[in-house]
Ligand binder design. Structure first.
Ligand code: ADP
Ligand code: MG
Length: 307
């Protein structure tokens, strides 16, 4: 179980003070940028993005979440202002600078967010006619990363929460990232849907981003009592033995309640099973990051070594 400096908070109370773990997480050798993608809706992309990001930030790692879904669920879950503000849409359209839309996430000294807004839905159309339309996010992100590094405040992790499609927004995320993180919900057709995603992944890898690597798979909404969930997990384990983080996220009420309080489950109920699982997954990601090199991603995963 993880220790947090404040453990007295009751469920659902507003976030106050600073959240940090007693035991810091391993810093990656270099900045790691993840695209959290799956064209299926409701598989846990946003939940996984915000909770892993929150956990990494609590572990002392400088983390940025980019909300690339017009629905803005990641922004909501992190309690950042979105609909009224300029966000990633304006950055992609070139009407504002990326540095100007970065927001601090309350209660997390190391966590920041670039929000989305509903205008982002037009991006899929408006990007089509633009020069280097697949690389708009990458170029902006590079600018931000350099600014932060020059300030001595370089990011350790950037997580991009993708919309439920394989359109230009997701392609921009895959082009900007170094690693692909796929959340898989343990249900029927979970793997069938992957084929399309993996096709897009290989096209992007071939044409736009040779460094991209499918490095991480997280099992979400896992119900260990059902045979189906166990079968899906076993199948993922067989096909992706090194990519899979074998710490399934349980289906847990607290996880689904947290966003309506503008919180991640990490602050909403840090000792709940869902929060503990996400914390362990984040710690495992950080452990793998010790060996991470921007271009050569070498993963030496020994089970049971972390958390
Ligand atoms: P996506 O971003 O892929 O569309 P979400 O992360 O928004 O998926 O999750 C879909 C729904 O399932 C949300 O209502 C979310 O709160 C809920 N949910 C996600 N993970 C869990 C979980 N482990 N246990 C219970 N509910 C979950
Ligand atoms: Mg989502």
């Amino acid at each position: 179980m993880e220790d947090s400096r404040e453990t007295s908070q009751t469920v659902g109370r507003p976030v106050i003070g600073v959240r940090r773990l007693k035991e810091a997480m391993a810093k990656p050798r270099a900045l790691r940028i993840f695209s959290v993608s799956n064209q299926k809706g409701g598989v846990g992309k946003t939940t996984t993005t915000v909770n892993i990001a929150a956990a990494l930030a609590m572990g002392g790692l400088r983390t940025l979440v980019i909300d690339l879904d017009p629905q803005g669920n990641a922004s909501t879950a992190l309690g950042v202002e979105h609909q009224k503000n300029e966000g990633i849409y304006e950055v992609l359209m070139g009407s504002t600078s990326i540095a100007s839309v970065v927001q601090k996430v309350a209660g997390f000294p190391h966590l920041e967010c670039i929000s989305s807004n509903t205008a982002l839905a037009q991006a899929e159309i408006n990007l089509v006619g633009m020069v280097a339309r697949e690389l708009r996010l990458k170029e902006s992100l590079q600018e931000l990363v350099e600014i932060r590094q020059a300030q001595g405040e370089g990011y350790d992790y950037i997580l991009i929460d993708c919309p439920p499609s394989l359109g230009l927004l997701t392609v921009n995320a895959l082009a900007a990232a170094q690693e692909l993180l796929i959340p898989i919900q343990c249900e029927y057709y979970a793997l069938e849907g992957l084929t399309q995603l993996l096709e897009t992944y290989s096209i992007v890898k071939k044409r736009l981003n040779a460094d991209l690597k499918l490095s991480t798979i997280v099992l979400t909404m896992f119900d260990g009592r059902t045979r189906l969930a166990n079968d899906v997990a076993a199948s993922v384990r067989t096909h992706f033995p090194t990519e899979l983080i074998d710490i399934p996220i349980p289906r847990a009420v607290r996880i689904s309640e947290a966003p309506s309080y503008g919180q991640t489950v990490m602050t909403y109920d840090p000792v709940s099973p869902g929060a503990i699982a996400y914390m362990q997954v984040a710690r495992e990601i950080a452990e793998r990051g010790k060996a991470f090199d921007s271009n050569v991603v070498s993963i030496n995963y020994k089970k049971g070594e972390s958390a």
